[in-house]
Design a protein around this ligand. Structure first.
Ligand code: HAM
Length: 412
């Protein structure tokens, strides 16, 4: 049989990778907890209706979802499952806002490339309650805190508003009218989007239609006063927090549930490749009610953990990795039970302990001490077994002493 390998767009995580993932997750989790967010974990697969709502026009839902049978799907993102769980467990009986965070694997059938995988990890937050500009700003600030705490510098915050439902409806009519006689400039997907959701056209990355997209009317000009005021309020808060941003009036996001504020934080480092969006999110008004919950608005973001790591590498940010162990036991007794007893005793003091299992000379066993980067070496031979002692040597100071077994606690 040919050697089996991971499926395209998926990756194994080895010890060193897991250390990197854990490092980012720990920083993220600390920040979430400092902002009063609680962790949630939802199933990897759910009823497809959790992710695919009626008339959904996003590529993620219509083209990229991994189906299991006809009615279940692997989660392509975290928001929908989190809101489903929020309603199912009636978390809304607690005081608003309700703040959740998650760190989960997601699945999208996309064309793999650097920073774009079919299985990837999102770390994200959702804040449910009133629709308030100060909450949007806090959520953006929180994501910003995470990337700053990771040490990332080459980033840019892009922000826009897609207004309320009425404003969007009006704008979509204007867009349909504008694109009507330019259909031949649009790709086949965008021609379909024209009838289903013309807003989606603005999000299309296909090169040869960018000119006609750039010249399209701008959403901001069709916003209600309320939406304009709301957006300006969000910007004011960001100004107060000294968070630099650029308004990108073509930013509409690729998912259907957004309303009002939308944002993306992108890397400006060329090494991050084409997939430069580190995290993205926005406000959504109808999701909680869709799941039969109360009328609550939400705002959140999700970060691609793998993309954060790619950028950290590009910026030369080192993640500490300690492979050293506390004790390596050199066994000259050829596996006397006493050796295992000593190892177990040291482990009760929460020490990292490894022991030699092979019939090897002292010199060969010392090589393992080096390879394992042990801080101390314990030597056990027949005398030690007989006298119930151990010989212990501190590698750094080279100090060596004989310790009776019943004095190990004091020694540690
Ligand atoms: P999204 O823009 O689809 O939004 O994904 C958020 C982030 O997940 C992206 O910015 C990117 O870093 C990462 N990501 C997405 N697809 C891939 C992929 N194929 N490979 C690697 N990383 C990827 C959402 O999913 C929304 N649920 C965000 C949100 C939360 N909005 C409100 N609350």
């Amino acid at each position: 049989m040919p050697q089996l390998k991971t499926v395209k767009g998926t990756f194994d995580l080895l010890a060193k990778d897991i250390n990197r993932f854990d490092y980012v997750k720990t920083i993220f989790k600390n920040i979430c907890q400092n902002y009063g967010y609680q962790q949630i974990e939802t199933p990897v697969f759910e009823d497809v209706k959790v992710f695919k709502r009626e008339n959904d026009t996003s590529d993620m839902v219509n083209k990229e979802m991994y189906m299991i049978g006809d009615d279940k799907a692997l989660r392509p993102e975290g928001t929908a499952g989190a809101i489903r769980a929020f309603v199912e467990h009636k978390l809304y009986v607690n005081e608003a806002p309700f703040k959740m965070f998650y760190m989960e694997k997601m699945y999208r059938h996309e064309r793999p490339q650097k920073g774009r995988q079919r299985e990837f990890t999102q770390i994200g937050v959702e804040n449910l309650g009133d629709k308030k500009a100060i909450i949007d700003a806090e959520v953006i600030a929180m994501g910003y805190d995470v990337v700053k705490k990771l040490g990332l510098k080459d980033i840019k915050v892009l922000i826009n508003t897609i207004g309320d439902v009425e404003s969007r409806k009006k704008y979509c009519e204007v867009l349909t009218e504008y694109f009507k006689d330019k259909k031949e400039c649009l790709c086949q997907d965008c021609q379909n989007r024209l009838t289903k959701n013309p807003l989606r056209i603005l999000d299309c990355k296909i090169d040869n239609q960018q000119d006609v997209i750039t010249k399209a009317p701008v959403l901001y000009d069709y916003l209600s006063n309320d939406s304009k005021n709301y957006f300006n309020e969000v910007l004011n808060y960001l100004n107060e927090l000294n968070i630099e941003y650029s308004i990108d009036n073509r930013l509409v996001r690729g998912l259907d549930y957004y309303s009002e504020t939308v944002f993306e934080v992108v890397s400006t480092n060329s090494a991050s490749g084409a997939q430069s969006t580190l995290f993205a999110g926005g406000r959504y008004d109808e999701l909680v009610e869709y799941f039969d919950g109360p009328s609550l608005s939400g705002v959140g973001f999700a970060m691609g953990l793998e993309r954060l790591l790619i950028l950290m590498d590009a910026e030369g940010i080192e993640i500490p990795y300690d492979e050293s162990i506390d004790y390596y036991i050199i066994d000259l007794t050829n596996s006397n039970p006493y050796v295992l007893k000593v190892a177990q005793m040291l482990r009760t003091f929460n020490k990292k302990v490894e022991l030699n299992f092979y019939d090897r000379k002292m010199k060969a066993q010392f090589k393992s001490v080096e390879r394992k980067m042990a801080k101390n070496v314990v030597i056990i031979g027949d005398d030690e077994v007989l006298n119930e002692t151990i010989v212990i040597k501190n590698i750094q100071t080279q100090e060596q002493m004989i310790v009776p077994l019943n004095k190990i606690k004091e020694m540690i």
